[in-house]
Structure formats: C-alpha cells, structure tokens
Design a protein around this ligand. Structure first.
Ligand code: AMP
Ligand code: GLY
Length: 425
C-alpha cells in the first residue's frame, strides 16, 4: 500500500514511523513533512491547508489511504473531498471535525449529548459578552470560537482580564473571524489528562490515558505551548477508570453524531479536567495530540493500518487494539524563545546516538534535511520518546536520549512526568 500522511510535526513523524512498521505498507508520502518523515518516506512540498492540491497529489500518486495528522485539513473538509474521489481518509468529515473547529458547536454538542463540561454561554456580540462577564465575575475562561493555533483560550483570574480577552477577540479581531463568536465558561480546577479513542462512527477502541505539559516553563509556568512533553499512562486517569470514562465522554458523542447522520470516524481526543466531581471535558480534538501521539504510538502494538481501515469501514469491533504494558515518556526539545520568536537553522547532532539507545526513538518536528544534515526549522524541534517498565524508567531513558542530542539554543523542560511520579507515591 501507498499512504499519504498530511502534516509536518512530531505527530506526523510518529505516524509515518508506525505506518512503516506495517507489512502492508510499501511506500509513505508526507505533505509537507519534516526531516524525520524524509527518513521514513518521501516528502512532497504541499501545505496541509491546500485541500485541492492534497487531493490531486493523492489521486496522481494513486495512494490507498490518506492520514490527516492536524486539525486544519480535517476542518477544511479533506475527508469529504477525498471521499468524492473514492480515496479512503483516516479522520472525521468536516461536520464532525467541528468538534474541534468550533468551540460553540463543541459545547452545544456536549450539552445535547449530556457530557460533563463547564457551564457556558455563547456570544456573537461584545456588549452582551461584557455584560455577562461583569455579572458573573472572575475566574472565567474566554475562548475564541474558531481555530486559533492554540492561542484562543484565556483563563482569566480577574474580571478585567476576561473583559480584555473578549474585547481582544471580538473587537480588535486578534484571531480574525475565529473570534467573532466566543464562549465564556466556568473555570474548572484540577489536573488535566488526555483520553483518546479510535472511532468508527459507532464503536470505539480506547488508547491508554496520557498527559501533556502545555506550559513552556518548569512547574507549569509561563505561556502555553503546543505541548512540551507527554507520557502514558497518566496515573491521574488509571486503567480501572477507562471504561467508565469512555461511556461518559466518548460514547455519547458517537451516538449523538451518528443520530445526526454524521458519524465520527477517526481519533476522538477528549481533553479532560479531572475535577473533584469527576472528569469534565475541556475540549475535543479530532486527531491525535502532539506530543501525546509519540508516547501513545510507541505503546501501540497492533498494525495501525488495520485499525485505520476498520475505523473507515465501520468494523472496529472486529479489531483488537493491543497496547504494550510499558510506560512511554516523551520530552520535547524546543528552540530557545518558543512559543514567542526563536532562532532557526541550527544543526542537530547526536540523533543517531539517541536512536541507538534501547527503546528510545527521536521523533522530529521542526526539522528539515539539507545535504545530509538535519537543521532546526521550527519552535518544537524534537520529541525524544522512550519506553520503560514504569514511569520512572521511561522518563530516565527519555532524558538519557535528550542528553545525547545537541543543537545550539536548545531548550527543554527538566520536569516532564514529575506530576505523574508524585501521584504514584
Ligand atoms: P482548550 O483549547 O479548550 O483545551 O483550552 C486550552 C487550555 O485552557 C486547557 O488545556 C486548559 O488548561 C485551559 N482551560 C480551558 N477551559 C478551561 C476551563 N473551563 N477551566 C479551566 N481551565 C480551562
Ligand atoms: N497536545 C495538545 C494538542 O495536541 O492539542
């Protein structure tokens, strides 16, 4: 089989790496890809938001399956466009992708499906939003409705901050049309966990729990990033609670969307706040998380091609999704300055040495290959991921890998997985 992976992050390198392990896969293309995906397959310079060009590429290359890594192509309707050409696509259609593409849609679906989530109101006019914010008072969370590259959420500890956020989105158009509509919601307290499931529209198959580290700084300080590290399983959401949690946050969404004639197929990612009253959904993503994907796929022990086609064909109940019992931990190496401005073009060395360690894999994100060298090209550069008998061992091995890799102006958090280790004690 020939497979086209869309995207260019660490998640996409991990997807290519996992797909390449399938005996059914002969060739992998990645659009636009990175230095890591170039080692597994062939990069093609087509951007992830250029749906007509991606469809043309899939058609011209006669690919058997397209795997959409990020949310943007899904929200833009890549599945629908490929379906018209009878090309299988792993990922939901544009309607279902709105679970991530529109916060208002997502909250309304959660409400209708009876999924636990923070109390909320949707606003299309700044004055009405401001009146509500003044009446309720802080703490409040203000969210731009549309995709805003992870920057559209403000957790406001003062009423002034919440007003400022709403004004920034709705009046000053900081996120263009993505902020024309906003969601204002109750602020929840607790530790976050990621819970992902393969879905075929009707059935789901769970992946183990994981936990991301969104803040750039140690001790969860500083601005939010795409994610600075992740591990799986997350002790905050133990295996004994997977089934009940899925019935609470996955099943009702599948049932509701199926009843609307818009079945959800792909990976449904529930971003959970583990509150004193149980899990509450902060958001849905319609794809693998990055960096959660990297540790999760290191644990996945079933041919991912079989799982993806079972999702597309609606027969996930016939596939056993097996997961290795070990713990996996990934540490992101970023460029100093990220998530604000950062330097690019630094040469990365030691990748082979880290990859040669037992059960360690370096997934590349913001990298590119030039004349046989790997250069940095983005903010999140690498995710050094390791498997271990337990969290302590996985973490230790991931940092051993980090120690072997070098590039100028590299930055990483030293405390990935510490929260999990504390909880286990
Ligand atoms: P979202 O994109 O909706 O997941 O929001 C990004 C981040 O904002 C989450 O990972 C949380 O850290 C935080 N957040 C979102 N909604 C809430 C909420 N209702 N209460 C507290 N924190 C929240
Ligand atoms: N790691 C969070 C996300 O992918 O949205």
């Amino acid at each position: 089989m020939k497979i086209l992976v869309v995207g260019s992050g660490g998640r996409e390198h991990a997807l290519c790496w996992k797909l390449a392990q399938s005996a059914k896969v002969d060739q992998i293309l990645c659009a636009p890809g990175n230095g890591g995906t170039a080692q597994v397959g062939r990069n093609v310079p087509v951007k992830d938001d250029d749906i007509p060009a991606l469809v043309k590429l899939a058609r011209d290359e006669e690919v058997d399956l397209v795997v959409a890594g990020p949310e943007l192509p899904l929200v833009l309707g890549i599945q629908n466009a490929l379906e018209k050409e009878q090309i299988p696509c792993f990922g939901p259609n544009a309607y279902a992708a709105n679970l991530e593409g529109s916060k208002a849609f997502s909250k309304n679906v959660m409400h209708e499906a009876g999924v636990p989530t923070a109390a909320f109101r949707v606003f299309d006019e700044y004055e009405a939003a401001a009146a509500f914010i003044r009446k309720k008072g802080a703490p409040l969370v203000v969210k731009a409705d549309g995709l805003a590259a992870g920057k559209g959420v403000v957790v406001a500890s003062t009423t002034e901050e919440a007003l400022e956020a709403a004004e920034n989105m709705m009046v000053r158009k900081a996120f263009d049309a993505a902020g024309d509509r906003i969601v204002v919601e109750e602020c929840l307290k607790g530790e976050e966990a990621s819970f992902l499931a393969f879905c075929d529209g009707r059935n789901y198959a769970l992946l183990p729990s994981s936990q991301d580290h969104k803040a750039v700084g140690e001790g969860d300080t500083g601005p939010n990033t795409g994610g600075m590290g992740a591990y799986s399983p997350a002790p905050i959401l133990p295996e004994s609670e997977y089934a009940a949690t899925a019935e609470l946050v996955i099943r009702p969404i599948l049932e509701l969307l199926a009843s609307k004639g818009q079945p959800f197929k792909g990976v449904l990612y529930a971003g959970l706040m583990m509150t004193e009253d149980g899990p509450s959904v902060l958001e849905y993503n319609v794809r693998f998380g990055d960096p959660e994907c990297q540790p999760l796929l290191m644990r996945l022990d079933t041919d991912i091609v079989d799982i993806m086609f079972a999702c597309i064909d609606g027969r996930l109940d016939q596939v056993e999704v097996k997961v290795r019992p070990e713990t996996a931990c990934g540490v992101v190496m970023a460029a100093e300055g990220y998530p604000a401005s950062y330097p690019k073009g630094m040469e990365i060395t030691g990748l082979d040495k880290a990859d040669a360690l037992d059960n360690v894999k370096v997934f590349q994100a913001g990298t590119r290959e030039q004349d046989g060298r790997i250069l940095s090209s983005g903010g999140r550069v690498l995710c050094v991921t390791a498997l271990g008998r337990d969290l302590a061992e996985a973490r230790k091995k991931a940092y051993e890998g980090v120690d072997l890799v070098h590039f100028d102006k590299s930055y990483f958090r030293h405390d990935i997985a510490e929260k999990g280790l504390k909880r286990m004690k």
